[in-house]
Write a protein that binds this ligand. Structure first.
Ligand SMILES: *[C@@H]1O[C@H](CO)[C@@H](O)[C@H](O)[C@H]1NC(C)=O
Ligand SMILES: *[C@@H]1O[C@H](CO)[C@@H](O)[C@H](O)[C@H]1NC(C)=O
Ligand SMILES: *[C@@H]1O[C@H](CO)[C@@H](O)[C@H](O)[C@H]1NC(C)=O
Ligand SMILES: *[C@@H]1O[C@H](CO)[C@@H](O)[C@H](O)[C@H]1NC(C)=O
Length: 293
């Protein structure tokens, strides 16, 4: 009798544990956001790529999205800090923040950065031994509050972990995915990058798009032409939103001007996160929420 009771309470404990592990915090517009970042390419070249053009027609093309700086690293920082946070170059620099993962943690929203060829274990160096991972494309490791916290730094993982997490039905609510310097096009070309997106990444996460309230953001860190005298369109990049369950299906293009500073305030509004307190996120334009269903 006692054995049975103990066994039953054990089962109940396990199921409660499972529940608390996988419970998603519902968002106003989406319950999950996946950001996928390709490397330095002009808008005109990206929209001419047949797959990227196809994707833009499946979702909403942001026609006036912009990188915020050159070279690439400050653009990644902007995506999680809503500011450059003092980062102006591609050199490694340790930053005080604040950054989005801390706000997500406070609300119990799961997150992970999946960085291709990242060696793991809080790897801090500029480049991996295989030369395919570069720290300048991993903004999370530059944040002191993440790098110096064992719990948080363990949420920066190699992209191979995504498959395991999806198989276990443990996809985090905030996913930031960075392909390596070959698969993001930087050391190869846009065709290689768009083939990787099409053949490797999209098939992996496809079921999330159709079965859950997931928003996928396909964007570029910066444009490749940065000595552009047409300043109004300086650093113009391709960005498409995909999410059949969360976007208004009849809108396919948006004319509003956005930048990488737009992502943090969008995510804060979605989950009602408190603002950073440094003004950066409150000063930045979030996505137009009329784009959402
Ligand atoms: C884009 O494609 C069109 C038609 O194929 C071509 O005329 C145009 O020059 C291309 N633009 C760029 C920037 O490659
Ligand atoms: C690490 O981060 C977690 C989650 O935000 C927090 O609860 C914990 O206090 C942090 N640990 C240290 C040593 O700062
Ligand atoms: C892109 O790179 C691949 C692999 O090196 C090559 O086969 C292809 O011809 C290149 N495409 C262009 C447009 O340069
Ligand atoms: C958002 O959070 C604030 C406190 O930070 C709270 O007062 C407000 O009721 C929340 N709004 C919603 C819709 O949950």
């Amino acid at each position: 009798m006692d054995i049975v009771r103990i066994y039953l309470s054990f089962l109940i404990a396990i199921s409660l544990l499972n529940f608390t592990c996988v419970a998603d915090v519902p968002g106003i517009y989406f319950d999950r956001i996946i950001t996928y970042v390709l490397g330095s390419t002009d808008y005109e070249d990206a929209i001419n790529d047949s797959y990227l053009s196809y994707l833009s027609k499946q979702g909403i093309l942001l026609k006036h999205a912009h990188g915020i700086w050159h070279p690439s690293q400050p653009n990644y920082i902007a995506m999680i800090c809503a500011s450059k946070s003092g980062m102006l170059t591609d050199f490694s620099q340790d930053l005080k923040g604040p950054s989005l993962p801390e706000s997500l943690e406070k609300r119990g929203i799961t997150w992970k950065a999946y960085i291709e060829n990242y060696p793991g274990d809080g790897y801090k160096a500029d480049v991996s031994d295989d030369k395919l991972y570069v720290r300048k494309h991993n903004p999370f490791i530059s944040m002191n509050n993440i790098r110096n916290n064992l719990t948080l730094v363990s949420k920066i993982v190699s992209s191979t972990q995504l498959k395991n997490d999806l198989e276990k039905d443990e996809a985090p609510q905030y996913i930031f995915y960075v392909p390596n310097i070959n698969n993001n096009g930087e050391k190869t070309n846009l065709t290689v990058a768009s083939n990787y997106l099409k053949n490797e990444f999209i098939p992996l996460i496809q079921h999330l798009l159709t079965s859950t309230k997931t928003l996928l953001v396909i964007t570029f860190d910066e444009a490749s032409t940065y000595l552009d005298f047409n300043l109004a369109d300086f650093n113009h990049i391709y960005t498409t939103l995909i999410g059949p369950n969360v976007l208004r299906s009849f809108i396919h293009e948006d004319e509003t001007r956005y930048s990488h500073f737009s992502w943090v305030p969008t995510i804060e509004a979605n989950w009602n996160l408190s603002s950073f307190g440094n003004g950066a996120d409150t000063d930045s334009t979030p996505l137009d929420f009329n784009l959402f269903a």
